[in-house]
Write a protein that binds this ligand. Structure first.
Ligand code: NAP
Length: 300
C-alpha cells in the first residue's frame, strides 16, 4: 500500500458512525431497522459477502436475518416471498444476493422489492429517482465510489470526471450522482474511441469494467484521483488466488494523486452505504406511516 492510497476503511467508519447514531435514535422511537438477506441456491458462493454484511450490520445495531431459498425455487414463489416481506413491518430492508439460478430473473426480483425497502438501490424506481437528484437510495457501489472521491476534498463543482463502464448498477448511476454534485462527466464504454484521450484530461477517473489492468499510468493525468471499482479473480505469480481491480495499480499509483486499492478501497465503503441506505429506507417508511396517520387523524 502506498501513501497515495485512498483507503475505504476510514470513509466506511465515518459513514457507519453516523448510521449507528441514527439506528439508536430510530430504535428508541420504536422503529428498529432489520435487514433480510435473500439467497437462492448456492449459498456458499455468497457466504463471505453475507457474513461481512451481517458483521457490519450487527456492529451498528441493525438486525440481520438470512433467508435461503432452494436452487429450484420458481420466479413466482420468489416474488410471493418478497411481497410478503414488503408488507411485513418488521422487515425494513431487503437484499437479494447475486448470483441467482438461471430460471430466476434478478431484475424482476429487484423490481418486486418495495421501493421503500430497496436498500440496494436496484429497483427501477430508486435508479430513476437519481435522475431527479433524490440520492438517498442510490445503488450501493456507485454511491460508495462517489463517497471515496468526495473524501479527497476535491471541489466537485466543475470537476472533470471520466467514468469508464456504463452498466446500469455501477457506471450510469455514478455519472448521475456526479452530475448531481456539479461535476462535468464523460462516460466511456467499449465503443469509445481512444479511451485515453478522455481519461488523460480528467481530474478523476472511475473504472467499472471487469478487465484487469485496463487503465495504465499513461492514461492518467498526474495528480488525478483514480477510483477502481473492478473486482477480478486472478492467480498470482506464486500460484495463490487473489483479486485485482481494473487499474494497473503499480504503474498508476506512481502518477495518480489518489488511488483506491483493490481490495480495501470501494468494497468496505459499499457495505457501509448498504447500512446508510437501510436507514434511508427506514426513514421513508416512517415518513409514509406518519403521513397516513396524520391524514387519518384529520379525517376523523
Ligand atoms: P458490467 O455490467 O459487465 O459492465 C461493464 C462495463 O464496462 C460495460 O458498460 C461495458 O461497456 C464496459 N466495457 C467493457 N469493455 C470495455 C473497454 N474495453 N473499455 C471501456 N469500457 C468497457 O459490469 P459491472 O456490474 O458494472 O461491474 C464492473 C466491475 O465492477 C466488475 O469487475 C465487478 O466485479 C465490479 N463490481 C464491484 C463492486 C464493488 O462493490 N466494488 C460492485 C459491483 C461490481 P459495453 O456495455 O458497451 O460493453
Amino acid at each position: 500500500m502506498g501513501d497515495r492510497d485512498l483507503r475505504g476503511k476510514p470513509v466506511a467508519d465515518a459513514i457507519l458512525e453516523k448510521v449507528r447514531v441514527e439506528v439508536d435514535s430510530l430504535t428508541d422511537a420504536g422503529w428498529p431497522p432489520k435487514l433480510v438477506s435473500i439467497t437462492v441456491g448456492d449459498v456458499e458462493a455468497v457466504d463471505v459477502y453475507v457474513r461481512n454484511q451481517r458483521r457490519v450490520a450487527e456492529r451498528v445495531g441493525i438486525a440481520f436475518e438470512e433467508r435461503a431459498f432452494p436452487g429450484d425455487v420458481t420466479q413466482e414463489e420468489m416474488e410471493v416471498a418478497i411481497s410478503t416481506m414488503n408488507v411485513d413491518p418488521r422487515v425494513t430492508g431487503i437484499i437479494i444476493q447475486r448470483p441467482v439460478p438461471p430460471q430466476i430473473s434478478i431484475k424482476a426480483l429487484q423490481t418486486a422489492v418495495h421501493p421503500f425497502k430497496d436498500v440496494e438501490g436496484m429497483n427501477p424506481t430508486s435508479i430513476g429517482n437519481i435522475v431527479y437528484n433524490e440520492l438517498d437510495l442510490a445503488p450501493c457501489t456507485a454511491a460508495a465510489s462517489v463517497e471515496l472521491l468526495k473524501s479527497t476534498n476535491l471541489p466537485m463543482q466543475g470537476l472533470e470526471v471520466v467514468v469508464v463502464g456504463h452498466s446500469e448498477i455501477v457506471g450510469k448511476p455514478i455519472a448521475f450522482l456526479l452530475m448531481a454534485e456539479g461535476a462535468t462527466v464523460t462516460v466511456c464504454h467499449h465503443m469509445t474511441r481512444a479511451l485515453s484521450v478522455h481519461s488523460r484530461r480528467a481530474d478523476a477517473v472511475f473504472v467499472a469494467v471487469g478487465k484487469p489492468k485496463l487503465v495504465t499510468a499513461d492514461m492518467i493525468k498526474p495528480g488525478a484521483a483514480v477510483i477502481d471499482i473492478g473486482i477480478n479473480a486472478i492467480t498470482k505469480e506464486d500460484g495463490s488466488e487473489g483479486i485485482c481491480g481494473d487499474v494497473d495499480y503499480d504503474g498508476v499509483s506512481e502518477v495518480a494523486g489518489w488511488i483506491t486499492p483493490v481490495p480495501g478501497g470501494v468494497g468496505p465503503v459499499t457495505v457501509a452505504i448498504l447500512m446508510r441506505n437501510t436507514m434511508g429506507a427506514l426513514k421513508r417508511q416512517k415518513a409514509a406511516y406518519e403521513a397516513t396517520f396524520t391524514q387519518n387523524s384529520a379525517a376523523e
